[in-house]
Design a protein around this ligand. Structure first.
Ligand SMILES: Nc1ncnc2c1ncn2[C@@H]1O[C@H](COP(=O)(O)OP(=O)(O)OP(=O)(O)O)[C@@H](O)[C@H]1O
Length: 224
């Protein structure tokens, strides 16, 4: 079953001059697949991920996620869709430094408004267990190491049980050992929970360990 389908995606930038950054990009991603998108700097990976994540709506083509056509939907509908169905892990964790680990992880679920506070706390602990961070739950997030903060960011991305977790260089700021931990968590999420992972990465170990690689060059897919 396809969880994401991108058809004939074209994208242009107009500054400083008109430039086609994505050229007829087509691919599908199956439920539970762990996919890495690779390619030289500037080939359009982040631009593509930004479109797949529904944050950029200024493109040609068609994007479907979870069987729903997302192209053309209004921004507030897309924002609600993202919070419920997509999880994000970036190179920099973007945790709220003054908040505790637990509060950071709970936030997207509080925003969703689907569960009671008690249920949300239980879910947050369940996700923190998955990333082996329960013992740090009551600590202020700024007091953690970079690798620990990234694991908390993954727990936060998982709190609403998203169908797809999107990563933009999730190991880009980590050493080898912490990169390995993040990779293992992603693999577990996809292989055991059936959640789909789509990551842009420059990390060869991470890409080679994933189920499938899409390679881009000059705005096109050249291998998939
Ligand atoms: N807002 C923008 N306006 C104009 N050009 C842009 C804009 N954002 C990105 N670009 C250009 O589009 C191209 C693709 O950028 P993108 O960030 O998608 O590449 P990338 O493959 O993710 O690179 P990296 O691996 O370095 O992150 C680059 O030539 C970049 O300079």
């Amino acid at each position: 079953m396809n969880v994401l389908s991108a058809s004939h995606i074209n994208k242009y930038f107009f500054e400083p001059e008109k430039f086609q950054v994505l050229q007829d990009v087509n691919f599908e991603v199956k439920k539970g697949e762990f996919l890495s998108i690779i390619g030289k700097s500037g080939c359009g990976k982040s631009t593509l991920l930004y479109i797949l994540s529904t944050m950029d709506t200024d493109y040609e083509g068609l994007l479907e996620v979870n069987g729903q056509r997302l192209t053309g939907l209004p921004q507030d509908t897309l924002a609600a869709f993202r919070n419920e169905h997509l999880g994000f892990v970036f190179q920099f964790h973007f945790l709220l430094p003054e908040f505790t680990v637990l509060q950071n992880v709970m936030l997207p679920a509080l925003k969703l408004g689907k569960y009671s506070n008690k249920e949300i706390e239980e879910r947050a602990y369940e996700k923190l267990r998955l990333v082996n961070m329960t013992e740090h739950a009551r600590k202020q997030s700024s007091k953690l190491s970079g690798g620990q903060q990234q694991r908390v960011a993954i727990a936060r991305a998982l709190i609403n049980d998203p169908a797809i977790i999107m990563g933009d260089e999730p190991t880009g700021n980590l050493d080898k050992a912490n990169s390995g931990l993040v990779f293992d968590i992603f693999r577990q999420i996809s292989h055991e929970n059936g959640q789909t992972i789509i990551t842009v990465t420059h990390d060869p170990d991470f890409a080679n360990g994933s189920d499938r690689i899409i390679e881009m060059s000059d705005g096109r897919i050249v291998r998939h």
